[in-house]
Ligand binder design. Structure first.
Ligand code: DP6
Length: 395
C-alpha cells in the first residue's frame, strides 16, 4: 500500500512594515501592504507532517502534541479544503495521478519555540501546514500561489512562504483576493549580514490577540486611516529601495518609525490597546541612545502585538548590542554569540542614565538569529507521524 505523506518546516517572519487591519475578514484582505524579514529556521521553525489515507475517519490536526479542533468554516478548515480543492483539480488534469484528494488527512505540527515565549507561531505554523499539504499533493503551485492560501490561515503567514525579505501586496480585487499575495523582495543571500536579536520579555498578562485587536482598530482609530492612506505606501517603496541598496541606516529608521506608528495606532484604538510594557520602552530608549553615537542607526527595534523586542543589526554590531542589552537586563544563563560568551558592557560615550538596570529575568532570554530561507522539505526520518498516522509523541 502506498503511503502519501510529506514533512516540511517553515520560518517565522518579523515585519518591518506592519500589517494591521483587514478590509475583508473572511478572505483576510489587509488594509495596507506590509514587509518582513524571514528569520532562520536553524533557530525558530514550525515543522509539520501531513498524511492522506483512506483509513482515516476524519481530518485531524495535532499542534504541539494536543488535538487542535478543525472547526467548519474556520481558518484551518479553509486552508485544508483549499488544498484539497487544488489536488482535485490536479487529479482531473492528470488522470494517471492517484486519487487522494478525497482522503482524510492527519496533520501533526510542532513549534521548536515555546508558545509561552510570546513569539507568534501562527505565521510559521500555517506556512508549514500549507507547504506540507502542497508537497503531499505534489502540487505545481508556486510559493506566490501558496501564499494566497496561507493568508487565509493567518495574514502574516503568507510572508513565511519565502526566505529573505518579503512583501505582502495588499491587492485591490476584493471579490477574489487573488492579488493579495506575497512576493520575495530579495533572497536571504542578498544581505546575509542581516541578523536579529530577540529579547524575550517577561509578561504575566494575556494580551489582546492580533485578530481582535486589529478589528477594533479598524472600527475606532482615525489615525489608522492616515497610516494606510498617507504613510504606508511611500514607506513600502522606501524600504524596498533601502533593502535593494543595502542601506542599513534607512532600513533601520523606517523599521523603527513603523513599529512606533503601529503602537500609536494601537493606543488610538478605543478602548486603547497596549502591547509594549516598561521593559519594551526601556529597550527603545537604549537603542535610541546607541544610535545617537553613530552617524547612521546601527540597530533597529521593532515590536509586534506583544512586549518582545526584535532588534535588527548587521553582523559587526551584534555583539556590542548584546553586551548593551546584558548591561541593563542581566541574564540567569550565559549568552554566547559566535562561540564566545557575551559580557555586559556599555559602548564608549553611552549615556548610562537612559534606563535603569533591571533585575534578572526582566528579559527572560535572548535569541540570536539571522535572515533565513523559505520553507524546507524534510526527510521521512523527520516525520512527526508514526506508521499508523498517529503523532510519534503520543504513540
Ligand atoms: C503585529 O497575521 O497574526 O504581527 O491575520 O488575524 O491572523 P491575523 O493576524 P496576524 O497579525 C500580525 C500582526 C503583526 C504585524 C505583522 O506581522 O505584519
Amino acid at each position: 500500500m502506498s503511503v502519501y505523506q510529506a514533512t516540511t518546516s517553515a520560518p517565522v517572519n518579523i515585519a518591518c512594515i506592519k500589517y494591521w487591519g483587514k478590509r475583508n475578514e473572511s478572505l483576510i484582505l489587509p488594509t495596507n501592504s506590509s514587509l518582513s524579514v524571514t528569520l532562520s529556521q536553524d533557530n525558530l521553525r514550525s515543522t509539520t507532517t501531513a498524511r492522506a489515507d483512506p483509513s482515516f475517519a476524519a481530518d485531524c490536526l495535532w499542534l504541539n502534541g494536543k488535538v487542535d479542533p478543525i472547526k467548519a468554516g474556520g481558518r484551518l478548515h479553509t486552508c485544508i479544503s483549499e488544498m484539497k480543492r487544488l489536488r482535485a483539480a490536479f487529479e482531473a488534469a492528470n488522470p494517471t495521478q492517484p486519487k487522494i484528494a478525497s482522503f482524510n488527512v492527519h496533520i501533526c505540527s510542532f513549534n521548536n519555540f515555546p508558545t509561552a515565549a510570546g513569539l507568534a507561531s501562527s505565521a510559521s505554523g500555517f506556512a508549514a501546514l500549507v507547504y506540507a499539504l502542497a508537497k503531499l499533493y505534489a502540487l505545481p503551485q508556486t510559493p506566490e500561489e501558496l501564499s494566497l492560501i496561507a493568508r487565509r490561515g493567518s495574514g502574516s503567514a503568507c510572508r513565511s512562504l519565502f526566505g529573505g525579505f518579503v512583501a505582502w501586496d495588499m491587492g485591490s480585487d476584493d471579490a477574489t483576493g487573488l492579488d493579495s499575495i506575497a512576493r520575495q523582495v530579495a533572497p536571504e543571500s542578498h544581505w546575509p549580514e542581516m541578523e536579529a536579536l530577540i529579547c524575550v520579555v517577561n509578561d504575566a498578562k494575556k494580551g489582546t490577540s492580533s485578530t481582535s485587536g486589529m478589528q477594533r482598530t479598524v472600527v475606532t482609530s482615525a489615525l489608522l486611516q492616515h497610516r494606510i492612506g498617507s504613510v504606508v505606501p511611500s514607506r513600502m517603496a522606501d524600504i524596498e529601495s533601502a533593502i535593494a541598496d543595502k542601506r542599513f541606516g534607512d532600513f533601520a529608521e523606517i523599521t523603527m518609525r513603523d513599529s512606533n506608528q503601529f503602537h500609536a495606532v494601537a493606543l488610538d484604538t478605543y478602548p486603547p490597546i497596549f502591547y509594549m510594557n516598561d521593559v519594551s520602552r526601556a529597550i527603545i530608549a537604549i537603542i535610541t541612545e546607541y544610535n545617537r553615537l553613530s552617524e547612521q542607526p546601527k540597530a533597529a527595534y521593532t515590536y509586534d502585538a506583544g512586549p518582545n523586542a526584535v532588534i535588527y543589526a548587521l553582523t559587526p554590531n551584534v555583539r556590542e548590542i548584546a553586551q548593551l542589552i546584558l548591561y541593563y537586563f542581566p541574564q540567569a544563563e550565559k549568552v554566547v554569540i559566535g562561540g564566545q560568551e557575551v559580557q555586559a558592557a556599555l559602548p564608549e560615550g553611552f549615556n548610562e542614565a537612559v534606563a535603569k538596570r533591571w533585575e534578572v529575568g526582566s528579559v527572560k532570554g535572548l535569541i540570536h538569529t539571522r535572515v533565513g530561507d523559505g520553507p524546507r522539505v524534510l526527510s521521512n526520518s523527520e516525520a512527526l507521524l508514526n506508521a499508523q498516522g498517529i503523532p510519534k509523541t503520543l504513540a
